[in-house]
Design a protein around this ligand. Structure first.
Ligand code: MN
Length: 265
């Protein structure tokens, strides 16, 4: 896979190797080939700043990858990796976001304070304005959220008021057709908790009612048939809750569907 660069981002809330930060290494192993491991620059001062430090470092790594003509495949860590990936692409893109959750809280609406529950709001330009400086945003009408089913109070209402499109496996095609009116290039974000727990438990945030691995593979084929996929992230895997190791081979099976035809071998 010489045309792709795997970028491991082994951080959870800015701390290396903890919880979801333990996920990138087994994902990289299952996918195979070479990968680089991102290092968070600077000292750890607090979680929120550390997360944005990781995001900024990832933006640089993705930008270098694209400049070399390679496809950036990010292995998070946290879903906040999306902010760095989209920034490093340095172009207007649509976003297809697979997740059990909405990730659509702001600092003012969150009941938990969990930064990972704010990432899609951040990506569409809400919250943490100073720390977000220099990061790219995506208009909400260029985002399709797929498989979300586990919401916190006010989050689903916030989504309903936004122009983010929501879809499940059955309605994805129509949502993608709408998105194709706005863009021909997309970034694909896969929080592995979009999978139903019967396929494998991706993390402690897993939720019933998800899509199957086969539905996810078909969904990616639907995306690739309509858009140029210019970057992707597989994220939010905690090997500590997946004792049988069921998630990494599923993640690896998704990779050929994300890559441009020229770099699939
Ligand atoms: Mn999630």
């Amino acid at each position: 896979m010489s045309g792709v660069r795997l970028i491991q981002v082994p951080y959870h809330l800015g701390r290396k190797g903890e919880v979801l930060g333990a996920g990138p290494a087994p994902l990289a192993h299952a996918i195979g080939g070479d990968s680089v491991v991102l290092e968070r620059p600077g000292e750890f001062r607090n979680e929120v700043k550390a997360v944005f430090d990781v995001v900024q470092a990832l933006a640089s790594a993705v930008r270098e990858t694209v400049d070399e003509g390679r496809f950036p495949l990010v292995l998070g860590g946290n879903c906040s990796t999306a902010l760095g990936a989209v920034t490093g692409l340095d172009r207007d893109v649509g976003v297809v976001w697979f997740d059990a959750h909405g990730d659509f809280h702001t600092p003012d609406s969150t009941p938990t304070g969990f930064l990972e529950g704010m990432v899609l709001a951040l990506l569409t330009g809400e919250g943490w304005n100073e720390l977000r400086r220099g990061l790219r945003t995506v208009p909400p009408d260029r985002v399709v959220l797929v498989g979300a089913r586990d919401f916190e109070p006010t989050e689903e209402e916030r989504l309903a008021r936004s122009s983010i499109r929501r879809a499940d496996a059955g309605s994805l095609g129509a949502a993608l057709d709408d998105l194709a009116d706005h863009t021909d290039a997309v970034y694909v974000h896969i929080d592995l908790d979009v999978l139903d727990p019967s396929e494998g438990v991706a993390s402690a945030w897993a939720a019933e009612g998800g899509i199957t691995a086969e539905e996810l593979r078909v969904a990616l084929d639907e995306v690739a048939s309509r858009f140029e996929i210019v970057g992707a992230t597989l994220s939010a895997y905690d090997p500590a809750v997946d004792a049988e190791g069921r998630i990494p081979p599923i993640a690896a099976s998704l990779v050929p569907r994300l890559l441009p035809a020229g770099v699939r071998s």
